[in-house]
Design a protein around this ligand. Structure first.
Ligand code: DGJ
Length: 400
């Protein structure tokens, strides 16, 4: 009997060692489940909202708003959170990498301020990690409309806060006629949202208003182009117009070269990627924490002109971006033209419970397309590549 049990034990051990669980794991990437709780490696729901992702030396770093529980959870009590991952599905909490001040009430980032949509880029010249974010000063609602910057020597921080801006003070955009700089407008009977008012916004009404002190900067992202130049893209002019501003070589300030995108178009939540030499942007409308229909744009040059391509979402839920709002377009490393649309499903009553809606960004006739999926994994990008190869082969054969 003893012998029999021994043999059985040996058999089970051998069977176990031949089942190759590790190998299987590598072949099938883990699933991404949009809108569900996403546990980190400690089993806690990821807390990095309105975020962006930096890929550096083989690791992805996800930076985002660290929210707290309950109604007040949108104001920043701790700072910017970060997670790291090798595979985009399993995320390790790296803690708060930009801490807000707990004591010094003169600091612009005192506990209770609002830090939104942090984005980190790496500057190869200075070897610094540069974090930009939308900053609202404590107790001032959303009126400050500033953009803040912090740096670190390491992607996992600590980041040191440097300063905040209302960008482009005293500089006119490159794509609005300079003649409009001196335009005088009688605003007494000019009502918001009328066609006359829209025309005035397009003609620089708010750019002139904020010319001396700098332009408003709310929802934002940062994009580094192939030539290493970086651009800061933000909702400005009372969230009516997007501004695209070139950053200095060290990525810490504005060069003064900037352009407007969709004047009076009321866009928030800009997210951008580059594919086949063209720039694609996905934005949202402006309805606070409530979702609305996404918009998309394409341009040959980052400074424009940008062409509107309409709502990239299709299918059920498309008119509300599947109950989410864009935050970042993430290039998947090692896969050509593979981008993930990252978005937030906000829960303003309990912000810490906000969910992440990640979907593969597809292109149909050179237009970005987003389709809802309950569950998907990174192998979709390999399938797409295979399909593309097969259809090119077919086209070539048909020509012969
Ligand atoms: C929508 C923005 O996209 C969010 O980042 C946040 O600022 C909310 N508005 C605040 O209502």
């Amino acid at each position: 009997m003893r012998r029999l049990i021994g043999c059985l034990f040996l058999f089970l051990m051998l069977a176990g060692s031949f089942s190759l669980p590790a190998q299987k794991k590598q072949e099938t990437p883990a699933a991404i489940k949009p809108g569900e709780i996403w546990p980190d490696t400690d089993g806690k729901h990821i807390n990095a909202h309105g975020g962006g992702i930096l890929f550096h030396k083989g690791t992805y770093y996800w930076f985002g708003e660290h929210k707290t529980a309950g109604r007040g959870g949108n104001s920043t009590l701790f700072g910017v959170g970060s997670y790291s991952s090798k595979d985009l599905t399993s995320w390790k909490n790296e803690g708060i990498v930009l801490k807000v001040e707990q004591q010094d009430t003169t600091s612009e980032i005192i506990k209770g301020c609002v830090i939104e949509r942090p984005k980190v880029v790496y500057n190869a010249k200075t070897k610094k990690f540069v974090m930009w974010f939308h900053l609202e000063l404590k107790g001032k609602g959303y009126e400050a409309a500033r953009t803040g910057v912090a740096t670190s020597d390491s992607p996992t921080g600590p980041f040191t806060y440097l300063k905040s801006y209302r960008p482009n003070a005293g500089v006119w955009p490159i794509n609005v006629p300079v003649s409009l700089k001196e335009k005088q407008v009688d605003e007494t009977n000019l009502k918001w949202w009328t066609p006359e008012w829209t025309k005035e916004v397009q003609d620089g009404l708010f750019i002139r208003r904020d010319f001396a002190q700098g332009q408003m900067a709310r929802d934002m992202t940062v994009f580094v182009d192939d030539d290493g130049k970086a651009y800061h893209i933000h909702s400005s002019e009372e969230n009516l117009t997007l501004h695209i501003s070139e950053l200095s070589d060290d990525y810490l300030s504005f060069t003064g070269k900037w352009s407007v995108l969709a004047p009076a178009g009321h866009n928030e939540a800009p997210a951008i990627c580059k594919r086949n030499g063209k720039y694609y942007m996905i934005t949202s409308g402006c309805t606070g924490w409530d979702p609305n229909a996404a918009r998309s744009f394409v341009a040959e040059s980052i400074m424009g002109p940008w062409k509107a391509l309409g709502n990239p979402c299709v299918g059920e839920g498309a008119n509300l971006t599947f109950e989410s709002q864009s935050t970042y377009l993430l290039p998947v490393q090692g896969k050509k033209d593979a981008f993930i649309f990252m978005a937030d499903r906000w829960h303003p009553k309990n912000p810490i419970d906000g969910r992440y809606v990640w979907l593969p960004l597809q292109f149909e006739d050179d237009k970005p397309v987003l389709k809802w999926q309950d569950s998907w994994d990174l192998s979709v990008f390999d399938q797409k590549a295979k399909e593309k190869k097969a259809s090119t082969r077919k086209d070539k054969a048909a020509l012969r």
